[in-house]
Design a protein around this ligand. Structure first.
Ligand code: 1CP
Length: 340
C-alpha cells in the first residue's frame, strides 16, 4: 500500500510529493470515453462495476498516489427528492429549482446507505483493488445550493444571492437540510472505506468574504465537526477561487486546504500555518511545452517545501481537451523533481 498521500495529509515526512488531479477520471481519457460511450453519465455513477473501472483508469495509466471515487457532487441531491438530469454539452439541470419555502419543505434528508448504496458498494469494491488510498467526496453546502437554486450551472449566481439577501430564512433552511444530508453522506463513505474525504466548494469564490462568513462557512465547519466525532480520516477542503478567503477557510477545521492557481503557494504557506496544502498548478498549464511545464512544477514543489505537508494537484479540474501524454509528463515530473 502506497500511503504517501495519507502521510502528506497528516503532515508527516514523505519520500516525494504525492500527486492526484481533480477530475482525473474523465473525458480527456479515451479509456473513459469508451466506457462512457455505452451508458449515460448518471448510469455510470450508479453502476459500481463501471464506476470502479473508470476510477482505476488514471491510476493504472499514470500512477497517481491517490484515487478519487467516480461519482458527482450532485448525486445526493437527487436522493433529496429532486429530479436531476445531465444534458450533453450543458451539464447538470434541475428542472424544478428550489426557490421558496415549499421547495425546501419538499426536500428529504435521505439515509445514504439505503438510497446511495451504489456509492458505498463502489467504495467497498475499490478498496479491494486499490494499492493507493481512496478519496471520497461531497460538494460543500453553498456550492450544492447554487445548483439547486439556479437549476443548473451559473455565471453570476443571481437567484442564489437573491435568496440569501431577500429570503434569508428560506436560504438557511435549505442550507440546514443540505448540510445534514452531506454530513451523513460523508460519514457513510468513511464507514464504507473511504480513506480521506474532500469537500468541493467550487463556487465559494463568488462570495464576498462577509457573505462567505455568514452564508457558507458555518455549514462547512458543522460538517467537519460532525465528521471529527466519528472518523479520523484526513479531511480536505477545497474552496475554488478562494485565495481571498484564506483567513476564513483556515478556520473550518480541515487537515488539508486545497488551493486554486491564483495564489503563489509560498504565500499560502505563510498564511495557513498548521495545515497541509493541496495544489496548485493551473489546469491549462498542462498545455505548456514539456520544459516549461517541468519548470512550473518545480517552482510549486519548491514553494511548498516549508508547508506542513504538500499534496500536488491542479488548481481546479482537468479539462477534457488535455492530451493524456501531457498528464504523464506532469505526474512523472512531480515525482522526479520532489524526490528527497
Ligand atoms: O459527460 C460526462 O462524462 C460527464 C462529465 C462529468 C464527470 C466526468 C461530470 C458532469 N461529473 C464528472 C465526475 C466528477 N465530478 C468527479 C469524479 C471524477 C474525478 O474527479 O476523477 C468529481 C469529483 C466531480 C465533482 C463535481 N461535479 C464538481 C466539483 C469539482 C469541480 O470541478 O468544481 C462540480 C461543480 C460538479 C458538477 C458537474 N458535474 C458535471 C458537470 C458538467 C458539472 C458542472 C460544472 C459546472 O457547473 O461548471
Amino acid at each position: 500500500m502506497n500511503d504517501t498521500f495519507l502521510k502528506a495529509c497528516r503532515g508527516e515526512k514523505t519520500d516525494y510529493t504525492p500527486v492526484w488531479f481533480m477530475r482525473q477520471a474523465g473525458r480527456y481519457l479515451p479509456e473513459y470515453q469508451k466506457v462512457r460511450g455505452t451508458v449515460t453519465f448518471l448510469e455510470l455513477c450508479k453502476r459500481p462495476d463501471l464506476a470502479v473501472e473508470v476510477t482505476l483508469q488514471p491510476i493504472d495509466i499514470f500512477g497517481m498516489d491517490a484515487a478519487i471515487l467516480f461519482s458527482d457532487i450532485l448525486i445526493p441531491m437527487e436522493a433529496m427528492n429532486l429530479k436531476l438530469e445531465f444534458h450533453e454539452g450543458r451539464g447538470p439541470v434541475f428542472p424544478n429549482p428550489v426557490r421558496d419555502q415549499k421547495g425546501v419543505d419538499n426536500l428529504i434528508v435521505p439515509d445514504p446507505d439505503a438510497t446511495m448504496d451504489f456509492v458505498m458498494e463502489t467504495i467497498r469494491l475499490l478498496r479491494k483493488e486499490l494499492k493507493v488510498p481512496l478519496i471520497g467526496f461531497s460538494g460543500a453546502p453553498f456550492t450544492l445550493a447554487t445548483y439547486l437554486i439556479e437549476g443548473g450551472s451559473s455565471k453570476v449566481f443571481l437567484e442564489t444571492k437573491k435568496m440569501m439577501y431577500q429570503q434569508p430564512e428560506v436560504y438557511h433552511g435549505l442550507m440546514r437540510k443540505i448540510t445534514e444530508c452531506t454530513s451523513l453522506y460523508l460519514q457513510a463513505q468513511a464507514r464504507a472505506g473511504a480513506q480521506a474525504l474532500q469537500i468541493f466548494d467550487s463556487w465559494a469564490g463568488v462570495l464576498a468574504p462577509c457573505d462567505y462568513e455568514e452564508f457558507a462557512m458555518p455549514y462547512v465547519s458543522s460538517i467537519i465537526s460532525d465528521l471529527r466525532k466519528v472518523t479520523d480520516v484526513p479531511l480536505i477542503y477545497f474552496a475554488n477561487n478562494g485565495s481571498t478567503l484564506i483567513e476564513h477557510t483556515v478556520t473550518v477545521g480541515a487537515d488539508v486546504l486545497g488551493l486554486d492557481w491564483r495564489i503563489k503557494i509560498q504565500d499560502a504557506v505563510a498564511k495557513v500555518g498548521n495545515h497541509a496544502l493541496q495544489g496548485n498548478l493551473d489546469p491549462i498549464a498542462l498545455f505548456l511545452p514539456k520544459d516549461k511545464m517541468r519548470k512550473r512544477i518545480g517552482a510549486i514543489v519548491e514553494g511548498a517545501k516549508d508547508a506542513k505537508g504538500h499534496i500536488f494537484n491542479l488548481g481546479h479540474g482537468i479539462v477534457p481537451q488535455v492530451p493524456p501524454e501531457q498528464v504523464r509528463i506532469a505526474v512523472d515530473a512531480i515525482h522526479e523533481l520532489s524526490a528527497r
